[in-house]
Design a protein around this ligand. Structure first.
Ligand code: NAI
Length: 331
């Protein structure tokens, strides 16, 4: 499996995660590839060739965050990897952790977000028409919309989920989001046992913060999916505790949702929960369901006990102490 620790807090959360995976008793042959903002700048490639070569062979990756320049500079590594390996489905389970104090802690939030990963306004097709006038193309295709809708409904069926909510702005972007919705409806018809509904993205945002417990599986195009995923993460404790995975046909990359957190990098304060829960998804994906369940249970137990949490979630432990507490639960 390809391991890209990334930069900033990436290596800290990646090392902690590799330790807990080892403690689960699952032997993984890691192919560690360094990808950092400096390496990208020097190589001039948004994904260094070593990472591409490794992923071509392993078809499986666990990645930490990589610093990305804002308003210019190179393309996000994660976005580049998603495109390069056609990882069309970004999946983020958002679940209340036991004992973790948040404004919504009593609501038992348990939703899974399916975000289309390859097109929409993220296609990178921007053009300066004349000075001070820029256009950006929103690309929505039937092929990609059907794929993500099918992934969401398949998941819902396999995991006993009851409802899929498609989120859109088809009242304004009648053609682009209209096509997305049309595809969602077509796929929904093939899953009559699953309730299907639709919400306009602004209303969905309000509903998410006022009544988040009503949501089950959410199905979104790329841009709304990106924003709503972080909003949803905020409901259950923030970016440090929510996992994420990118699936394509025959390739999957499991990642932390958060960025490289330069404000705390190198201080041992990073919360590795997000990457550890991404590892739970990875273990389940590679057929290690038992290890996945044990790791999930260990993370939940450490949160329920509350004595070894990192500062971002109100604790005083450092990254290594949190990982040690998980390992103690696993042994
Ligand atoms: P960020 O997620 O790095 O940080 C936002 C806030 O959350 C900071 O206060 C940070 O300390 C905190 N935080 C994030 N993860 C945490 C963790 N695991 N434990 C404890 N606290 C945590 O977002 P920001 O500051 O917008 O981005 C920093 C850099 O990361 C930028 O260059 C950005 O482009 C890049 N980035 C990379 C991503 C990736 O490679 N997957 C995803 C998002 C951002």
């Amino acid at each position: 499996m390809t391991l890209i620790p990334g930069d900033g807090i990436g290596p800290e959360v990646a090392d902690a995660t590799v330790r807990v995976i080892d403690a689960c008793g699952v032997k993984i042959d890691w192919n560690r590839v360094e990808v950092t903002a400096d390496i990208i700048r020097q190589s001039g490639e948004s994904i260094p060739p070593a990472a591409v070569e490794s992923l071509k062979v392993t078809r499986l990756g666990l990645t930490g965050p990589v610093t990305t320049p804002v308003g210019g500079g190179f393309q996000s590594v994660n976005v580049a990897l998603r495109k390069r390996f056609e990882l069309y489905a970004n999946v983020r389970p958002v679940k209340t952790l036991p004992g973790l104090k948040t404004r919504f802690q009593d609501l038992n939030i348990d939703m899974v977000i399916f975000r289309e990963n390859t097109e929409d306004l993220y296609s990178g097709l921007e053009h300066e028409v004349v000075n001070d006038v820029v256009t950006g193309l929103k690309v929505i295709t039937r092929a990609a919309s059907i794929k993500i809708a099918t992934a969401a409904f398949k998941y819902a069926k396999q995991h006993g989920r009851k409802k899929v909510t498609a989120i859109h702005k088809a009242n304004i972007m009648k053609k682009a989001d209209g096509l997305f919705l049309k595809c969602c409806r077509e796929v929904a018809e093939m899953y009559p046992q699953i309730t299907y509904n639709e919400l306009i993205v602004d209303n969905a945002s309000m509903q998410l913060v006022s009544k988040p417990e009503q949501f089950d599986v959410l199905l979104l195009p790329n841009l709304y999916g990106d924003i709503i995923s972080d909003l949803a993460a905020g409901l259950v404790g923030g970016l440090g505790v929510v996992p994420g995975a990118n699936f394509g046909d025959g390739c999957a990359i499991f990642e932390s949702v958060h960025g490289s957190a330069p404000d705390i990098a190198g201080k041992g304060l990073a919360n590795p929960t997000a990457l550890m829960l991404s590892a739970v998804m990875m273990l389940s994906h590679v057929g290690e369901a038992g290890a996945a369940e044990r790791l999930q249970a260990a993370v939940e137990a450490v949160y329920a006990e509350g004595r070894h949490l990192t500062p971002d979630v109100g604790g005083a432990a450092n990254t290594a102490q949190f990982a040690d507490a998980i390992i103690a639960r696993l042994c």
